[in-house]
Ligand binder design. Structure first.
Ligand SMILES: [Zn+2]
Length: 109
């Protein structure tokens, strides 16, 4: 089986960058909340609501990741967390029922 992929447009890459920046802010807020003395939960088990980072025009899917999962995605330069249904056109790194960790098919090595 072969997959045909098109390189992402500058607009799509820009949307992805904006989504990654937004998710960074959301996760930073969670990290602050976890660090608060009043926090009594398990920060590693908490699911953080983030936006799908596929960058498709009109995508407003929400995905959930644990703090560790999010850190894993961000530690792999250029990789993204996308909704399972939005994984097509990407190279899959890992998959779960909540999100897929992917990288753009045109990623440079
Ligand atoms: Zn999406």
């Amino acid at each position: 089986m072969s997959t045909i992929t098109m390189p992402a447009t500058r607009e799509t890459r820009s949307r992805r960058d904006d989504l990654v920046d937004r998710n960074e802010l959301v996760v930073a807020d969670y990290a602050d909340a976890f660090a608060a003395p009043a926090f009594a939960g398990d920060p590693l088990g908490e699911l953080i609501a983030c936006r799908c980072e596929c960058g498709s025009f009109g995508c407003s899917e929400q995905i959930t990741l644990t703090f560790d999962e999010y850190e894993t995605v961000r530690s792999h330069a250029g990789s993204l967390a996308v909704a399972p249904a939005h994984r097509f056109g990407f190279r899959s790194l890992t998959a779960s029922v909540r999100f897929h960790h992917v990288e753009p098919a045109d990623a440079q090595y």
